[in-house]
Ligand binder design. Structure first.
Ligand code: GDP
Ligand code: MG
Length: 172
């Protein structure tokens, strides 16, 4: 690779308030930060060791506007993380819409479906089985997570997705 560090581009999609920014920042900094401006879209970079290879991970934390520039994500992304909150069934339906879009327009791009906020179990509206069934329907990875302080689920999601990208690239 000419000594260059390979780029792995991940786009987060999901309804506003499901925790896209919290998950991104937790992965980047290992901290849970309570409040992010929901209208800010930003890209974050982190260097990772993927099975002994140094890689550069870029994460686009989108905000859920009705964007007609959706193609922009589609071209850039090596993978998508589609997030819903287990406490919000509307966000689950929204996730289904994103899955349909992504699977239509970016067929071979790896996708992970993520049910976030499992620390709020008592407010759960979407069962783990429903999440899992949706991921089976769309043939994608599935995780339940929380970005909350004391938990360590988030890295698994990102590492799972990075491995899927790696697998996809090795088949080219
Ligand atoms: P975004 O609009 O998808 O980027 O959502 P944010 O990351 O801004 O999160 C929206 C709100 O949910 C904020 O108040 C966060 O602190 C909170 N939040 C995000 N993730 C979690 C989580 O896993 N558990 C709990 N309890 N709150 C969360
Ligand atoms: Mg946000």
């Amino acid at each position: 690779r000419n000594g260059q560090i390979p780029d792995y581009n991940i786009v987060l999609l999901g309804q506003i308030g499901v925790g896209k920014s919290a998950l991104t920042v937790k992965y980047i900094t290992r901290r849970f930060i309570m409040e992010y401006d929901p209208n800010i879209e930003d890209t974050y970079t982190k260097h990772e060791d993927l099975d002994g290879t140094e890689i550069s991970v870029h994460i686009m934390d989108t905000c859920d506007k009705e964007t007609s520039d959706q193609n922009r994500y589609l071209r850039w992304a090596d993978a998508f993380i589609i997030v819903y909150s287990i406490t919000n069934s509307g966000s689950f339906e929204k996730a289904r819409g994103y899955l349909q879009d992504v699977k239509t327009h970016a067929k071979d791009v790896p996708v992970a479906l993520v049910g976030n906020k499992i620390d709020l179990e008592r407010y759960r509206q979407i069962s783990k089985e429903e999440g899992s069934a949706l991921s089976t329907e769309f043939d994608c990875l599935f995780y339940e997570t929380t970005a909350a302080e004391e938990f360590e689920y988030v890295e698994d999601v990102f590492h799972g997705v990075l491995h899927e990208i790696q697998k996809e690239r090795s088949q080219l």
